[in-house]
Design a binder for this molecule. Structure first.
Ligand SMILES: [Zn+2]
Length: 1005
């Protein structure tokens, strides 16, 4: 037999074009009216009542970020009686840009939504079998501009990401507005041919099935008259029946397909547009569920459900109904699909608390899987938090984006830093927005790493980001692939059905220990510094607000601001979305994030001030409030009172000239600053050992070019390290109170730093103000520490992780930029040093040659970047931040100083009496993370704490108030069976495993 497969392939491709053009027939035009909303989107009622002007096909419309309302009127022609008729409206859609430009939502004249319009979904059914019916529909369309190019990304700077710079030129043109008959049989033939053709070309040439499929396709095309496709489609389909009914092989991979739309809560559009994207996609899903009882759709992010409830109540009502049926499935159990590298421990707990609570309260659903397909790496703290929220599974696929190493598993048990293991799945199709194409299905089957012992994987399908979610074409493909020779088997089903079966069939699933580090997007720890800083500051203000408001309520009966705190938490949780906190959104989004953080800071400061005023009482004496988990200035942890020395060293800070520099001392630390403003010595008095590497300069600022290959705001690529400038020239260096002030100019920028000591505290602070005017540069601040170690230790949520300081393997080398929270520590047995910060997440740690032999360890903070895409002015402007070096520090010291630089003492005038803490802990390494009143308004006191050193520990937690009983609870404050929990007089005794998180609930009568 001659090999004519290429000819058949070409014939099929060309014929499918002709078939596509024949899916609709007998078009008649409709009357089109148009109204351009003058600014931001308007309420639906206002759009419906607007003054519409006549419009026609071909006319331009749509300035960047505009909203245009269309009115469509027509009549179903009488000759179409008995046939389905659709409105086809093409507003200038480009199928290659689905989710990234024009979108619309269709309404009836009464304002009820019908379905979304998208590049891959340009039709609305107006009549199933009628004729002569009047059509009167409205469309609210968004002319969102295309950022980052189209099908392939283009990272040139664009002014379109902010309405202030985007201009008003119309970007789109109406292409089609007509009523047409939907030719069902032609469409079915299109689905048959696409599925069989795509399958055939995924099969091996040695597989007889490939040849059988191609022969059948060839025969079907012989039967199709391209001059009368509608009239011959059935005959062509008849030739395909045989090959379509051959069952799948016994060993075929099993795919659980789940309808889905990954809708970024903000990214190349602002939050307000996501509100509409969610409504459009959900309208589409509800309409498709009407048409196809097989559709199961999973949607994450309680925030997105809340937007529906609050902004599109008709869509919400429809969703609630389908949730009850079990077809519309809330997943994820988080408020948003957050980043998990940077949110603090308490914030990550609240992502789960607020997410799961919303699904329980509003929908009666307890979600069981955490669903984060797209976040940029996953903290080792997550498995424990998943379990403590009452969930049991985890899903992502992002690690398939690794640029260096291939992750070895698709189904595995993920072990977090405390030892909790969670069954985890990475969909092997390597996408969270499948089209159910032959290539994707075959790739999933081939790529699935665990195929020897496990048989099934999950496939999320549907257009994301406002592209409209699943389509009838995807469902048609899934149905044909249910049981088809040569293909994996596809079942459309709920994620929990998949997880139950996948976990049960794979009891020996391999274990992966520790963080899921994404070998990509390492610039997201640093981009958009003000967003990072807003997050860090908000998290600590929330800690203070809850602590002092609870204390005030218990001590004085002041009302607890439960609603304000709930609302503020949700604002902060939204900004942790995986394109906001990582800094990868357009300028508009980051401007709004910074404004949101400002408002949050004001509200929280007011809550703190009111609570502290109530607690301090009347008078003019000084009352010092200490929100940190360690005593400070003689004030107990989590309490308040007058400053006292209590035997600690509280020598005043001295600054003395010394040759070409100055010596700073406070009895705990001595530091020397030279006339270039560089640290030449840092010694803690306890050990007397020099912390800085011989011959090195501490607090050395270094400037690197930062020009990643792709994804500017996301990535910093390894070659950046090979080129740099040491910023050692100082414009001025002068002594000031408690330290030395240094001013440096470089490029177009200026940095002013205050190197200071604080009485009673064992670190050298570097207060930094940068007027940052560089583009595509990264600014690092480094300390070369005289410590030899194979690993660094970084704070993460509720604990810390170790990463290599060497580059032995490709896995080690890929971690050239790491994320840390308040501190990074490096140490040898008996000695170490820490670098702490109040705003910074990105760091790098590397080994250096030591003068005189051996190695030293350089710790650097990534202070600022300036990527130009998608925000061309990212990070330009004035930044104020703080970091510090802590010489002679163990891990416990690093933890303490990390809290201190983020939680300044607050001084209030009052009675001068001691305010006893609500809770005190007696036991090494056990840290209180949150003190709050219970979410249910009962007035119970909730205390969350964790073992911080990675050691087994016991502690007694004592309540400083009367209580009726104490229980351990989960993150939703529900009783939780907890080992090592023993109530004792006045509190509870705990036996904790390394990094265990425990939440206590004290009942108050
Ligand atoms: Zn995303």
């Amino acid at each position: 037999m001659h090999d004519d497969r290429r000819l058949i392939e070409g014939r099929l491709r060309r014929t499918l074009q002709r078939i596509e053009d024949a899916v609709w027939s007998h078009p008649v035009p409709v009357d089109l009216g148009r109204w351009d909303a003058p600014g931001e989107p308007v309420p639906v009622a206002e759009g419906l009542a607007a003054p519409y002007a006549p419009a026609r096909v071909g006319e331009p419309w749509g300035p960047p970020w505009g909203t245009t309302w269309w009115r469509v009127r027509g009549e179903v022609p009488v000759e179409h009686a008995g046939r389905p008729v659709d409105l086809r409206l093409d507003l200038g859609f480009d199928p290659l840009r689905t989710g990234f430009h024009v979108e619309g939502l269709v309404y009836r004249a009464d304002g009820t939504p019908v379905k979304g319009l998208n590049p891959r979904n340009q039709w609305v059914r107006v009549s199933d079998a009628g004729a002569g019916e009047a059509v009167d529909l409205f469309v609210e369309s968004a002319s969102n501009p295309l950022l980052l190019g189209g099908g392939g990304f283009d990272f040139r700077p664009s002014p379109l990401g902010d309405p202030e710079t985007a201009g008003r030129e119309p970007m789109y043109r109406v292409v089609r507005a007509e009523l047409a008959v939907f030719e069902q049989e032609v469409w079915e033939l299109q689905q048959d041919l696409e599925v069989l053709g795509q399958l055939a070309f995924e099969l091996d040439a040695h597989d007889p099935r490939q040849w059988q499929l191609l022969r059948a396709v060839d025969r079907a095309l012989d039967r199709l008259d391209t001059a009368d496709i509608a009239g011959t489609a059935s005959a062509a389909r008849g030739e395909l029946e045989g090959v379509l009914s051959e069952p799948a092989r016994a060993s075929a991979h099993r795919i659980s397909a789940v309808g889905h739309a990954h809708i970024d809560s903000a990214w190349l559009w602002p939050v307000r547009e996501t509100v509409r994207k969610v409504a459009r996609t959900c309208s589409n899903v509800l309409a498709l569920m009407e048409d196809d009882p097989d559709l199961v759709y999973a949607m994450s992010s309680a925030q997105q459900f809340a937007w529906l409830r609050d902004h599109r109540p008709e869509v919400w009502t429809g969703v609630v109904e389908r949730v009850r049926e079990g077809r519309f499935v809330p997943v994820g159990g988080m408020w948003v699909e957050s980043d998990t590298n940077m949110p603090g421990g308490e914030a990550l707990a609240r992502q789960l608390n607020h997410g799961k609570r919303f699904f329980l309260d509003e929908l009666g659903i307890e979600t069981r899987e955490v669903w984060l397909p797209d976040s940029f790496g996953y903290t080792a703290a997550l498995p424990q938090l998943i379990a403590l929220s009452g969930s049991q599974w985890f899903l992502t696929q992002k690690i398939s984006w690794n640029t260096t190493n291939r992750f070895p598993h698709h189904s595995f048990r993920w072990e977090g830093l405390d030892g909790t293991r969670v069954f985890t799945h990475f969909p092997p199709a390597d996408t969270y927005g499948s089209e159910v194409s032959g290539a994707e299905v075959a790739h999933a089957s081939r790529n699935f790493s665990d195929k020897g012992d496990a048989t099934r994987s999950l496939l999320p399908f549907g257009w994301g980001d406002g592209g409209g979610g699943p389509t009838r074409e995807m469902l048609a493909r899934a149905k044909r692939l249910r049981d088809l020779d040569g293909s994996a088997r596809i079942e459309v089903e709920r994620p929990d059905a998949f997880f139950q079966k996948a976990e049960a069939e794979y009891p020996g699933a391999p274990v992966w220990v520790g963080e899921l580090y994404l070998e990509m997007h390492r610039g997201t720890y640093t981009s958009q510094a003000k967003t990072k800083q807003g997050n860090r500051r908000s998290e600590h203000l929330l800690r203070e607000a809850e602590l002092w408001a609870s204390t005030a309520t218990v001590r004085t009966g002041a009302p607890y601001p439960v609603e304000e705190l709930d609302r503020i938490w949700k604002v902060v949780l939204l900004q942790q979305f995986h394109d906001i906190l990582p800094g990868s959104s357009i300028g508009w989004v980051h401007r709004e994030a910074v404004a949101a953080y400002e408002a949050v800071a004001q509200e929280l400061t007011a809550i703190i001030d009111a609570a502290q005023a109530a607690l301090a009482g009347d008078g003019e004496a000084e009352v010092v409030f200490n929100a940190s988990p360690d005593p400070r200035a003689g004030v107990p942890a989590l309490g308040a009172g007058p400053r006292s020395s209590t035997g600690d060293t509280t020598d005043p800070v001295t600054v003395e000239a010394d040759g070409d520099g100055w010596v700073l001392s406070n009895g705990l630390v001595t530091a020397r600053v030279d006339d270039h403003g560089l640290l030449t010595s840092v010694v803690d008095m306890a050990s007397g050992r020099e912390a800085l590497a011989p011959g090195s300069a501490g607090n050395l600022l270094q400037l690197h070019p930062d020009t990643p290959v792709d994804f500017d705001a996301w990535d910093v690529d390894a070659y950046y390290r090979r080129t740099w400038t040491d910023l050692t020239d100082a414009e001025s260096v002068e002594p000031v109170e408690d330290g030395v002030r240094v001013v440096r100019r470089f490029g177009e920028s200026t940095v002013t730093q205050l190197l200071t000591l604080t009485s009673g505290e064992a670190r050298v602070d570097v207060g930094t103000e940068v007027d940052w005017r560089e583009r595509e540069k990264i600014l690092k601040a480094g300390f070369d520490l005289d410590v030899t170690t194979e690993r660094s230790t970084s704070e993460v949520q509720f604990g810390h992780v170790h990463r290599p300081t060497h580059t032995n393997t490709s896995w080690d080398a890929a971690k050239f930029e790491i994320c840390a929270h308040r501190w990074v520590h490096v140490g040898e047995p008996g000695y170490g040093a820490a670098v702490v910060n109040d705003s910074t997440y990105g760091h790098d740690v590397s080994r250096r040659d030591r003068e005189g032999g051996g190695t030293t360890t350089q710790v650097r903070l990534s202070l600022l970047r300036a990527p130009q895409s998608p925000d061309p002015v990212a990070d330009l402007g004035v930044h104020r931040l703080r970091y510090a070096v802590v010489p002679g520090a163990g891990i416990a010291d690093a933890i303490r100083e990390g809290y201190r630089v983020n939680l300044p003492l607050r001084v209030v005038r009052g009675s001068g009496e001691v305010v006893e803490p609500l809770v005190s802990v007696d036991g090494g390494g056990v840290v209180v993370e949150a003190v709050k009143l219970a979410d249910d308004g009962s007035g119970d006191v909730v205390v969350r704490l964790y073992e911080s050193l990675g050691a087994r520990s016991s502690a007694i937690v004592s309540a400083g108030f009367e209580f009726d009983g104490v229980v351990a609870v989960d993150l939703l404050e529900r009783p939780l069976e907890t080992a090592g929990f023993e109530p004792v007089e006045g509190g509870v005794r705990l036996a904790l495993r390394p990094f265990q998180v425990v939440t206590l609930r004290f009942a108050r009568g």
